[in-house]
Design a protein around this ligand. Sequence first.
Ligand SMILES: NC(=O)C1=CN([C@@H]2O[C@H](COP(=O)(O)OP(=O)(O)OC[C@H]3O[C@@H](n4cnc5c(N)ncnc54)[C@H](OP(=O)(O)O)[C@@H]3O)[C@@H](O)[C@H]2O)C=CC1
Ligand SMILES: O=C(O)[C@@H]1CCC=N1
Length: 279
Amino acid sequence: MRHSERYCFIGAGSMAEAIISGMIANGRTEPAMIDVVIRSDRERLLYLQDQYHIHCPESQEDAIHKAGTVILAVKPKDLLEALQQWGRFIHPHQRVVSVIAGISTSFIEQHLTAGVTVIRTMPNTSSLIGRSATALCGGLHAEKEDLQATQEDFNAIGSTVLVDEKDMDTVTGLSGSGPAYIYYLVEALEQAGVNEGLSRSVARQLTLQTLLGAAHMLLETGKDPTELRQRVTSPGGTTMVGIETLSNHHFQDALMSAVHFARKRSEELGSAFSPSATK
Ligand SMILES: NC(=O)C1=CN([C@@H]2O[C@H](COP(=O)(O)OP(=O)(O)OC[C@H]3O[C@@H](n4cnc5c(N)ncnc54)[C@H](OP(=O)(O)O)[C@@H]3O)[C@@H](O)[C@H]2O)C=CC1
Ligand SMILES: O=C(O)[C@@H]1CCC=N1
């Protein structure tokens, strides 16, 4: 016997909600097939049940036990407690999918019954609207069908790519945290427009459509970003001055450092949870 179609989320925060919302909206599963296990925040559970009409389990232990896929969606610092609290209800016929930054599949495997399939993923909050960029890798017991099924789950909320586990920290620094870098950029562009005299609503509309248009240009033309940038940059024109100014402020270095240090932070989060940590 392999997996049931039920999903059980351990953790009811922003990432759990983003995935639940995306999976329901995209028809990957039905609200009645989803349970959420909480630590203490009953109001949050009631909110999710009200908002998404997800299942209301009689017992949290049962909800975990009956699921085919158990999704670990707690903060790294809460993982050990969550595994100690709920891990004993997880059995080897289930698939455990972690969305937790920094934590290795081997650490999770070590704290579950021997043989449980563990998949490590790194989605992002754009899951909420079906636009996540998710990378994933399998642990020791993950078979091709487990990776395929998890890819199908996450394809319902965006795109997926399989990577080696050694690359998961980089992925976390790039596309896990990435939406925040883009929002930061948008804040600055919008504010720049306001500083130069535009109304906030006009500045926002122009910024967002520029962002959207550039993303679609990259996706739909398949052209290299350097080529597309050069096409905007007329010799002696405005863009040239803008790009020079960004370069003088080490704009690209700043982004590369952001990804580098976010990756290191992901590694640090994980190093507190090495597989040798006591069971
Ligand atoms: N936010 C993001 O953009 C992304 C986050 N992630 C990863 O997703 C994970 C969750 O992040 P996020 O959703 O932002 O965090 P939140 O703090 O929003 O949610 C964490 C949830 O876990 C619950 N929780 C903690 N301990 C337990 C427990 N023992 N049993 C059941 N539930 C428990 C918390 O409940 P309570 O409120 O009671 O503490 C809370 O509902 C993190 O590991 C993060 O690395 C991955 C990709 C992107
Ligand atoms: O900031 C964090 O730690 C999480 C992981 C990736 C995005 N948010």
